[in-house]
Design a protein around this ligand. Sequence first.
Ligand code: NIG
Ligand code: FE
Length: 423
Amino acid sequence: NLLITNLHQIVQIVDDGDTAFLAGKDMSSIKVLESKSNDLAILSTDGLIKFIGPKSNLPTDVIELPTLATIDACGGSVIPGLVDGHSHPVFAGDRVHEFAMKLAGATYMEVQAAGGGIHFTTTKTREATKAALVADFKKIATEMIKNGTTTLEAKSGYGLEWETELKMLEAIQEVADLHTIEVSATFCGAHAVPRGSTEAKQAEVIVSHMIPELVKLKSAGKLNSLENIDVFCEKNVFELESSKKILKAGKDAGLAVNFHADELSALGGAELGAEIGARAMSHLEEISEKGIAAMAKAGTVATLLPSTAFMLRLTPPPARAMIDAGVIIALGSDFNPNAYCLSMPTIMHLACVNFRMSMPEALVAATLNSAHSLGRGNTHGAITVGRVADLIVLTAANWEHIIYRLAAQCSVINTVVKAGNVV
Ligand code: NIG
Ligand code: FE
C-alpha cells in the first residue's frame, strides 16, 4: 500500500475507467487536478488506485494501514506511467557503423540491401544464447523504467526461423516474469524475408508452422506474454497479399493485429489493417488520405514513432490530419538497433516538435492511447480509481516538464511506481 502526498498536480488524463482512449479534440482536454496549497494525494492498495483527491478527504482508517509506505511529493506532480507501444528490445550485435553510413547518405533500404540492417542483427541474434539476450534486455528494461516506461510492447523478429524466433519470445517471457516492467509480446517472424527464402515461402512457414506452434505454447502457459502478431508490411518486404495472409492467421489464432505499415512507401497498409480489424498499426509516414479515413472509421490505433522518422530523416507522418480525422494516436520508442532511443519523454518531445502535437496530445498518446493499443485502455494509462497504480512522481509542480526538458527528463523524475510498488 502506497500513499503519495503533497502533490500540486495529478494528471489523471480521464476521470473514469470506461474511457479507453481519447481521439480528435478530446486529446487536448485531459483531466488535471491542481491544488495551490499542494495538498493532493493518491492512495494505492493491492496495486490499484484507491483514492485521488485532497488529503483531507482520505478515509482516516487508511492512514493507519499497517503496510503503508509514503512518498512526500514536496509540491511536485504525478502523471500515469508511460506505455511504450512499439519496441524491438531483444537483439545481439552492434550497428553503430550503420548510423555512420546513414549520416553519409545511405537510406534504410540501401543499408539493408548491402547485407546490413535486420539481416545483420538476425545473424548476431541467431548466434547469441538466450541467457545473453535476457541479460541485455533486462538492462534495457531497467533503463526504460528509469525513464518512466511502466508497460512495454516488445517484438521478436531477429530470428526469422523457428529456433531463434522462439528463443527471442522465451527471452521476452523471462524478462516479463522477472522484471518490474509489464510486457506485451509480439511475434514478428515476418520482419524481413530470410536470406535464401522468398516472401511467399516465409509467409507459408509462419502461417502453417510458427503461429500454430506458438499458440500451442501459449495455451500451455509457456508464453503468457505473447499477445500480438506483426509484419513489416513494406514494398519488397512483405507486400499486401502475404501480410494479409499472416495477419489473418495470427488473428484467427487469437493474437491482436499490430503491424508496421506505410513507413517507406504508400503501399496501402493502413487500408489493409482497417479492413482486417487491426488493433494498431505503426509508422504510417506514407499513409494516404484513404488510409486515414479507413483507420478513423475502423478505430485502429496509429502508433507513431518519432525517433525513427527523426533519425532516418523521413517526412513525418501527417499527425495533425490524423488527429483531425479522429484517428486514435499512440506513441512508441521503436527502440531497435536502427533507432537507438528508449526514452519515452524524448519521444514525446519529438512528437511535439516534429509532428506538431501539443503536450497534452503527446501525453495522451504515450499513456492512455498506447495502453489501448495493447488492449489495456481500461486498466492502464490513466489515474482513475480502480486502475493499475502505474505512476511517475515528478519533482516539477507542472507536469509539462517531463516533455519540455529535452534529453534530461530523468532530472524531473522523482519516483516511478509500478502496480503500487516503488521501483
Ligand atoms: O520499426 N521497419 C522495420 N523494423 C524496425 C527496424 C528494425 C531494424 O532496423 O533492426 C522499425 O524501424
Ligand atoms: Fe519497428
